[in-house]
Design a protein around this ligand. Structure first.
Ligand SMILES: [Zn+2]
Length: 101
């Protein structure tokens, strides 16, 4: 049986705590390095597709950008862009880097 607490929370403006699934895929023809599908799986569970062919800093930037789209689906592109820049610069400055498997 589905639990309705989170969807109820979303209606009341609280942030979704639903899992964001991340798939890596070469996004050539999509003309994008990342894509966000809010509520892709229903129940507030979203999907992010990210092109793995990016350097560590670009990858971080793309991941934050698409994550913001799924966490704040009503946030404007401009606001997502600005917030992404701030977060990516902060996290990068503190020394976080991608470790390739
Ligand atoms: Zn965007």
């Amino acid at each position: 049986m589905a639990r309705s607490k989170s969807s109820n929370d979303q209606k009341h403006g609280k942030l979704s705590r639903k899992r964001i699934t991340v798939h890596e895929r070469k996004l050539g023809k999509e003309k994008a390095v990342g894509l966000a599908y809010y509520d892709f799986y229903g129940g507030g569970k979203s999907l992010i597709e990210i092109d793995p062919r990016q350097g560590s800093k670009d990858y971080l930037d793309t991941l934050i950008h698409e994550a913001l789209h799924t966490i704040y689906p009503d946030m404007s592109e401009t606001e997502v862009h600005k917030t992404t820049g701030r977060l990516a610069r902060l996290i990068w400055r503190q020394g976080y880097r991608r470790i390739q498997e």
